[in-house]
Design a protein. Structure first.
Length: 273
């Protein structure tokens, strides 16, 4: 089969996949499984579940499990009781109420984040968003406004999509919340945060966000769940939270897929009730 014919056939199969996925009953799924065998989200190894990982990638996925710091979501080495705060959270309480993440930013979790953000693998948003919905179940509800961290329009033009927005859309659909991708705006094109120190990150995003004036009334007294793919120092979500609260939001919780550098948190392995 020539390369052009093979490429055309592949596109046709991809189109069939999306149509068959929407078909009722098990017949469509059976045909889909035959045409496009299920593969690991990370390494493309054949797996039994469409949203699954192969055993190797599953074992390298550093899932965050309870007990965790009530405010920062960083893991504790042992259970110290309900709603325990880490020393870092006590010393410097975050602007947001709670942060929850699916996994630490390493291994398979890092691979998924990078593939979604930079390789354009938007199909990963489905399973990643569903995992995030589970991680944030304690504060997600039908009354929540689901707001993604926005990209500047120039960066959105180059990337073609906002990875936080596609994750937020899945989460809103799963929990029944209200998806508001246009409520929060990035009015200043900031430098890439990668490689910047914590102080440089804070300065970089200062005054970078604003609320759409035409939608500001939606915030009055509402609970907001802010969505991002990964959190490092927290400078971006802190800037977003301040902007949302100043515009009238009652509370802001943060939900990310990955949490980076938790070892920098003095409460990563210890806690104070």
């Amino acid at each position: 089969m020539s390369g052009g014919v093979a490429a055309t056939r592949g596109k046709q199969l991809n189109l069939k996949r999306y149509k068959l996925t929407d078909a009722p009953g098990s017949a469509g799924r059976a045909v889909l499984d035959f045409l496009l065998p299920k593969r690991c989200l990370c390494c493309d190894t054949l797996v039994s579940s469409g949203d699954g990982l192969c055993p190797t990638c599953w074992h390298s996925m550093p899932f965050i499990e309870k007990p965790v710091c009530y405010r920062l979501g960083t893991p504790f080495a042992y259970d110290v009781g309900e709603e325990a705060w880490s020393p870092r959270a006590i010393a410097a309480p975050p602007e947001f109420e709670r942060l929850r993440s699916v996994a630490l930013y390493e291994g398979a979790a890092q691979n998924l984040v990078l593939a979604l953000k930079f390789a354009g693998r938007r199909e990963l948003a489905g399973p990643m968003g569903r995992w995030m919905t589970g991680a944030g179940r304690e504060f997600l509800s039908k009354d929540s406004l689901i707001v993604p961290v926005p990209l500047h329009w120039l960066r959105l033009l180059s990337r073609r999509f906002n990875q936080s927005a596609v994750l937020a859309q899945v989460i809103a659909r799963e929990c029944g919340g209200v998806y508001e991708p246009e409520l929060l705006k990035r009015r200043k094109r900031t430098r890439q945060q990668v490689g910047l120190s914590a102080r440089e990150r804070q300065k970089n995003v200062r005054s970078a966000f604003s609320v759409d004036k035409n939608r500001a009334e939606l915030l009055n007294g509402r609970h907001i769940v802010l969505i991002d793919d990964v959190m490092t120092t927290g400078s971006t979500v802190t800037a977003c939270t301040k902007t949302l609260k100043a515009a009238g939001a009652a509370s802001v919780d943060v939900l990310t897929f990955a949490l980076a550098d938790p070892s920098h948190d003095s409460g990563a392995n210890t806690a104070m009730p």
